[in-house]
Ligand binder design. Structure first.
Ligand SMILES: *Cc1c(COP(=O)(O)O)cnc(C)c1O
Length: 218
């Protein structure tokens, strides 16, 4: 079932769109099924759950941390995490840099933007993100590499609203790119779109979707 779901999701993605299989809340066995069907990039949102899966599953999996990350948890994932997707403060970015340095690694991160109407969503407003980048301290953090942006649309059935939010994300990406990363080829990730809205997201310029329930729960 999982292999079939995965195949369907893959077939619906445009060329060049990265699929992160979000295995959170699903057992190790389910993640393994997806692995055996060829999936190598997985997303988790809680450190303890990720720790168990990382220990038990094959080592060539690239783990993305997609949830809110507390600074005191960074040290646990720094030795192996492939990407931290939801960086929402300079403080967190600095801690990732510090722990990455201790592990002698450079860790890829995304800046999480809050663009949804919902108050419940996390992330930086475009203004907060701009202020952080304008401050320039991030330029000295040699052990993190800012690869792009991540966001979540409002949890609504209103497709027009979702589309508006994704297009805002696309614009924000372009704006940040042109101001701070113009000559940085590696700043190229637009992470938005989940099970319910990834098809809209890829129409709106997403090149990195995070899909869970559509793969693991149907
Ligand atoms: C859970 C989660 C997803 C996947 O959600 P589905 O609706 O199960 O596809 C994607 N991104 C984030 C940040 C999540 O927490």
């Amino acid at each position: 079932m999982i292999a079939t779901n995965l195949k369907k999701v893959r077939a619906s993605l445009n060329d060049g769109v990265e699929l992160v299989a979000v295995s959170k809340y699903h057992p190790v066995e389910s993640a393994l099924e997806a692995y055996e069907a060829g999936q190598r990039v997985f997303g988790e949102s809680r450190e303890q759950e990720l720790r168990v899966k990382h220990e038990q599953l094959p080592k060539d999996i690239r783990w993305h941390f997609i949830g809110h990350l507390q600074t005191n948890k960074v040290k646990y994932i720094a030795p192996y995490i492939a990407m931290i997707e939801a960086v929402d403060s300079l403080k967190l970015l600095k801690e990732i840099n510090r722990q990455a340095e201790r592990c002698n690694r450079i860790i890829d991160v995304l800046l999480e933007l809050h663009l949804a109407q919902e108050e419940t969503k996390s992330g930086m407003t475009p203004e907060e993100c701009h202020d952080m980048l304008e401050g320039g301290e991030w330029r000295d953090l040699a052990n993190v590499r800012i690869r792009g942006i991540m966001m979540m649309a409002s949890n609504t059935n209103d497709e027009d609203q979702i589309r508006r939010e994704f297009l805002m994300a696309k614009d924000c990406f372009g704006d940040i790119k042109s101001r701070y990363f113009m000559n940085d080829e590696s700043f190229n990730v637009r992470s938005y779109g989940m099970s319910a809205d990834y098809l809209i997201a890829q129409q709106c310029g997403s090149n990195h979707v995070r899909v869970g329930s559509k793969i693991f729960a149907e």
